[in-house]
Design a protein around this ligand. Sequence first.
Ligand code: SAM
Length: 347
Amino acid sequence: KFNTNVGQHILKNPGVSDAIVDKAYLKPTDTVLEVGPGTGNLTVRILEKAKKCICVELDPRMAAEVTKRVQGKPEQRKLEVLLGDVIKTDLPAFDVCISNTPYQISSPLVFKLLAMPNPPRTSVLMFLREFALRLTARPGDALYCRLSVNAQFWAKITHIMKVGKNNFRPPPQVESSVVRIEPKTGKDRPNVSWDEWDGLLRVCFVRKNKTLRASWLGTKEVLAMVERNYRTWCAMNGVPIDESLVEDDGEEEMEVEDNGPADNEDMDVDDEDAPDFFKELRNSAASSAPKTKSKRKKTKVAELVREKIRKVLEDVTDLADKRSGKCDENDFLRLLFAFNEEGIHFS
Ligand code: SAM
C-alpha cells in the first residue's frame, strides 16, 4: 500500500505525532505548511491548533486520503491540499513548517526553507538520524559538511527527540530524529548574500578533507569558474582585463597536489540539486587521474586570478593549509570577505 520509493513511512505512534505538533508551539493565528501529509496523522493535530494548514503532497492517493479524513468536519475549511513536489512548488506564505519528511528530499527541503526571503518562524521536521546529526555537526566532526555550515549559519538548530524505526509503518531501515530549525531574524540574520555564501561553501566542500589550497588552486574547473566570475565583476565595474598571453608550465597545479584521504567519505553528499558546474567539479574531484605537466599559454588575467586566490588563502586569511572539515563559520566568513575584497564573487 505504501510507496517507500517516495519515503512513505507513516507514523503509527500517536504519542510521536502529538509530540511533533506540540514542539512547534503553534499559535491559533498560524498558517502551517505540512510537507507530505500522507494519511493525515500530523495534519489532524495541526488543524486542531492552527488557523490553516497547507499540505503539499506528491502522491494523489495520499492527497485524497488526507482530504477525505476531514471531509464534512469543521476543520475541512482550514485545510488546503496542493498536489505536487514541494521542491518544485512555489510556496505561499506560512508561519511554521511541520513534516515527517520524505527522506529523499531532506537536503533540498532544508535549503529551500533556509533560502526563503521570509523563512518560517519555526520548522519541526523528522529526518533520518544521520541527516539530523549532519545538521548539528560541528567543525572536526565526521559528519560536518556544507549542510552543517549552511544550516547553522542561517538558523538555530535543535535536536528535539529520537524516534525509533518501529514507530513507522513500514519501518525505515534506520532510526530517525526530530529537529527544530529556527531561522535567525533581525540583527541575528547574517548580512551576507545566500548565493555568495553557498557558492563559496560549495567549492570549499567539494573535498572537505583537502586543504583549502588544494580545493581552490588545484582544480582547473575552480580556477576557470573564479576567472569567469572575476571577468564579469571587471566588466560591471569598468576594470580593464589583460588578455595578453604568458607561458604556463603547470607548476602551481602540481605544487598543490594534496594526498589527503581519497575515498568517498569526504565528498559533499548534499549537492544532488547542484548546478551542473558543481556536479562536474565533484566528478572531477572523485577521479584520481594524475595531473600531467603541460606547456601551454595562459592569459595574464588567469595568472592574476590565481595570484588573488593565493593572496586570499595565504596572506590575508592564513587558511591555505586548513581543511574545510575543520573550518568554522568565522573562517568561512573571513574567506568570503577576503575574496570579495579582491573582486571575486560567487553569485
Ligand atoms: N505525514 C505522514 C505521517 O507522518 O504519517 C506521512 C509521512 S511520509 C514519511 C512522507 C510523505 O511525503 C508521503 O505521503 C509521500 O507521498 C510524500 N512525499 C514524498 N515526496 C514528496 C515531495 N517531493 N513533495 C511532497 N510530498 C512528498
